[in-house]
Design a binder for this molecule. Structure first.
Ligand SMILES: Nc1nc2c(ncn2[C@@H]2O[C@H](COP(=O)(O)OP(=O)(O)OP(=O)(O)O)[C@@H](O)[C@H]2O)c(=O)[nH]1
Length: 498
């Protein structure tokens, strides 16, 4: 037994039962008339009985007739013993529960400092119930509160992690099976996830990124190998062509010299020989010239083949050039994609970081007003929950397009992540800021969304601030975010300027 109150009560009950048993054994001797001492004991017990069960005097036995009294007492004794056993069991159970609660509280980090003594007493079974029980309940409440706030913190962190992962997925631009897997992960991230699911998605994303990079690397390697082989072939062709051309050149020179020599000889013979001899000589020279002409013809054919080869080579080089151009185009598209949000096709966070850096430097240099506004769609979770994520995606696309259309050429809008956007407005003074921001808010509100045949109005909240003296990008963003938070808490569908 642990508790002093209960202990005392049980002890008292045990003594009453023992005494009742002795009275009962006196009364249940029918041959012997109960002596005065037994009767007195019985009567004192009756009054003790009345004390114990206050207000139930009607149910107390009368001491008048001993057999009756004995029967009554036996009945009450049985009841008392049952109650005693029940009480003892309850007490034991209670003690066990208390010990368990005490040890749990001792393990919990919400265990207040001054509870240590109580918990030791409870674990040793030395404390009495009432006061300590309330105290214990109090600690229990504190422990629960702390658990609850930890749970909320945990949920907020999970939400943040999930949004960040969504952003990362959107910034990954792979092709093939990896791209399909990434799309699946993206839609999974839009659902509420348990921490272990989130962790396993993180691992899957890492795997996919590695897989995607391997795939890209393999493609690049293949391309480079092909270029290398093609260049090798082109080089060999060029070498052959060069040497052929050289020998062709030599042959032509040789033939030229030969023909010139022959012509010279004809000329000399023309003057020194008589007609008959001249004819014979001319005939020899003519044969020689004919021979040269035949050789020249062959040279011409070789030249034609060479020309054909050069045309092929040219084609090969032009194919190569085209392929390289295509690859370059792919690379530059991929590079562009790094800064463009896949869903809404406006700039993503990386794009925003880049632009913000440029605008910030310009602001430092020129000191012309630069406004940064954070926008967040109101109750967007409800849209997803009620009409599905595809409807949510559609809304995001349309809102992004509307925001972009409502801004000037020189302004900038990016999807910051999830259902949040960032807008940069330059060269707008504080006094003229309200108008374009209100225009953004109203234009989004006026988009005639229709989901599941229902007209739906979607609103946005905005927090805006101008860059101020001493600001860093981070501090200005933080201020805009705080302003957005206030706009949300003030009822949404509004702008708060800081
Ligand atoms: N369909 C879709 N939903 C997204 C995307 N990115 C984030 N979300 C969802 O946007 C919702 C944001 O919900 P909360 O942060 O609770 O905010 P909210 O419901 O807009 O409420 P308030 O901002 O407080 O007005 C979550 O349900 C996200 O899953 C996306 O790319 N597509």
């Amino acid at each position: 037994m642990n508790n002093l109150d209960d202990k005392l009560m049980l002890q008292e009950l045990t003594s009453v039962i023992t005494r009742l048993e002795s009275v009962l054994s006196g009364l249940s001797q029918p041959a012997i008339d109960p002596d005065e001492q037994t009767k007195a004991a019985a009567l004192s017990l009756v009054s003790q009985w009345q004390k114990l069960f206050n207000g139930k005097s009607g149910a107390t036995p009368s001491a008048a007739t001993s057999p009756q009294l004995a029967a009554e007492l036996e009945l009450q004794l049985l009841r008392l013993q049952n109650s005693h056993d029940k009480l003892a069991r309850l007490q034991q159970l209670g003690s066990q529960k208390l010990r368990l609660a005490a040890s749990l509280l001792q393990q919990s980090d919400a265990n207040p400092a001054d509870s240590a003594e109580l918990l030791t007493l409870l674990s040793n079974g030395e404390a009495s119930h009432q006061g300590q029980l309330w105290q214990l309940l109090d600690y229990y409440q504190q422990a629960l509160d702390s658990l609850l706030s930890k749970k909320q913190q945990c949920e907020a962190q999970q939400h943040q992690l999930s949004s960040r992962l969504q952003q990362l997925v959107e910034e990954l631009h792979f092709s093939g099976p990896v791209a399909i897997e990434l799309t699946k992960i993206r839609s999974q991230l839009l659902q509420p996830l348990a921490p272990e699911e989130l962790a396993s998605l993180c691992l899957r994303l890492i795997d996919l990124t590695i897989e995607g990079l391997r795939f890209e690397r393999k493609n690049t390697k293949q391309f480079l190998t092909k270029i290398h082989t093609d260049l090798d072939a082109a080089h060999q062709y060029a070498a052959i062509t060069l040497s052929e051309e050289q020998s062709l050149c030599d042959a032509r020179a040789h033939h030229g010299q030969h023909i010139a020599g022959e012509l010279r000889a004809i000329g000399e013979h023309l003057f020194s020989q008589d007609n008959e001899q001249l004819k014979a000589d001319i005939a020899v020279r003519m044969r020689s010239i004919n021979h040269i002409l035949v050789q020249n013809e062959r040279l011409h054919e070789r030249e034609q083949t060479l020309l054909q080869r050069m045309v092929e080579m040219e084609q090969q080089i032009s194919d190569l050039k085209q392929e390289a151009g295509h690859f370059q185009q792919q690379l530059s598209t991929q590079n562009d994609k790094l800064f463009v949000d896949g869903l809404t096709k406006i700039y993503n966070r990386a794009g925003m970081d880049q632009r913000l850096e440029v605008e910030y430097r310009q602001w430092l240099r020129d000191d012309k007003p630069l406004c940064i506004a954070m926008l967040d769609i109101d109750y967007f979770k409800d849209i997803n929950d009620k009409y599905g994520h595809l409807a949510g995606d559609k809304a995001l696309r349309l809102i992004a397009k509307t925001l972009q259309k409502s801004l000037r050429e020189s302004d900038f809008v990016a999807r910051f992540g999830g259902e949040e956007f960032v807008v940069l407005l330059n060269n707008v003074s504080q006094d003229n800021l309200e108008k374009p921001l209100q225009k953004l808010r109203e234009q989004v509100k006026n988009i005639p969304f229709r989901f599941k045949e229902e007209p739906v109005t979607i609103t946005i909240s905005l927090g805006a601030t101008l860059f101020k003296q001493g600001d860093s990008i981070h501090s200005a963003l933080e201020r805009a975010d705080q302003a957005l938070y206030r706009a949300k808490h003030a009822g949404r569908d509004q702008i708060v300027m800081d």
